[in-house]
Design a protein around this ligand. Sequence first.
Ligand SMILES: Nc1ncnc2c1ncn2[C@@H]1O[C@H](COP(=O)(O)OS(=O)(=O)O)[C@@H](OP(=O)(O)O)[C@H]1O
Length: 357
Amino acid sequence: ERERSQQPGSDIKAVFSVARCRGLVSGLQHSVDVTQKIEALTWCGLVHEFLVSGWPYDRNGTSVYKDGVSAAGEGALYPGETGTGPPGLDTNSSGKDWTATRRLPQALIIGVKKGGTRALLEFLRLHPDIRALGSEPHFFDRHYARGLDWYRSMMPKALDGQIVMEKTPRYFVTVETPARVHAMSQDVKLIVVVRDPVTRAISDYTQIISKTPDIPPFESLAFKNRTTGQIDSLWSPLWIGLYAQHLERWLAWFPRTQIHLVSGERLISDPAGELGKVQDFLGLQRIVTDKHFYFNKTKGFPCLKKPEGSSKPHCLGKTKGRTHASIDPEVMQRLRDFYKPHNQRFYQMAGQDFGWQ
Ligand SMILES: Nc1ncnc2c1ncn2[C@@H]1O[C@H](COP(=O)(O)OS(=O)(=O)O)[C@@H](OP(=O)(O)O)[C@H]1O
C-alpha cells in the first residue's frame, strides 16, 4: 500500500485497517521511539487526530483523547502524508510553518543500479526529517520534457525543514542528467551507492534473465570475443560499473563535497554506520541508528526491526537480495582484471578505497 500510494500520479492514500492500527498505535503509546510513532500515525491516517486530541488509542485499543496533550508532548510529532495540519495548528510555538507543500527535491540518490539504492531509501525514510518518493520518477533521464512542475507534483508533501528526496539509479549513468539536475538546483545533495562492479554486473544480469529467460549466458554477453578475452565494455551491465567515467561527468557540474558515496557492501554489513554518514551529509540528526536494524539470517540481509504491535518485521522484497546466476570463475577473474584500473581511478577521485578485489 505504502509503495502504491507513492507511485507517480497515484491518489491512493495508504491507510492500514482500523484493527491493525489499534494494535500498532496502542502498542506504541508509551514508546520513546518517536520515529516509530510518527510512522504509525502517518500510515494509520491518525496524524490529525493526534494533533487535535493527543495519542489516539490506549493499550486496550480504546480511545485516549484528552485535551490536546499527547503522551509524547504537544508538537513532538510531525503531520504526515495528509499535509496541512488542523486549523489553529498551522504554526507551532516557535512560529514554524506546519503546512506541508510539494517541493522539488533537495537530495537525490542518483545511483548506481543494483548498488543497494532501495535499501538506502527505505532506511532513510525512517527519519522524520526526510520525505522521500517511494517510486523512481525518472524525471531527468526519461520525463524531462514534462517540466519541473510535473516533477514537483510527483513529490510527497513536506514541511519546512524536512528534506525531500527521490531515487532513480539510472541518473548516474545518463549523459544529460548532471546538467539538468544542475539547472534545477546547484545546491542539491547527491548520493551514490557503489558496489563491486563485478558483483553489480552479475546482479544486473540476474535481474535481466529473470525477466527475459531466453537471453544468452552472461559469459557470452560480457565478451566481444571470448577467445581473445576482449571485454564488451559497452554492454550495459559492464558499462554501468565504469564508475570513474560516470563520476567525472558529475564532477564537471558539482563539487566533490556535494556528492556522497555510500559503500554498497557496508550498507549490508553495517547499515547503521553507513546511515550515520548519510545523515551527517544531509545535515540531519543521527536518528536512524543500529537500534532500527537486525540481521535476518533467512534473508541474509539487514532488515528493519518489527514495529511494536505489528506482526511483521520489514525486509526488502524478493527482488532484493536474489541468488545470483553462477558465473565461470575464469570469467570473474577476467572481469576483475578489467575493472582494476578503473576502480583505482575511481578510488582516487572518491578519496577512498572501497576494497574491491
Ligand atoms: N537490506 C538489504 N536487503 C536486501 N537487499 C539489499 C539490502 N542492502 C543492500 N541490498 C542490495 O541491494 C541490491 C539491489 O540494489 P538496488 O536496490 O539499488 O536495485 S535497483 O537498482 O533499484 O533495481 C540487492 O542486490 P542483489 O543481492 O543482487 O539482489 C542487494 O544485494
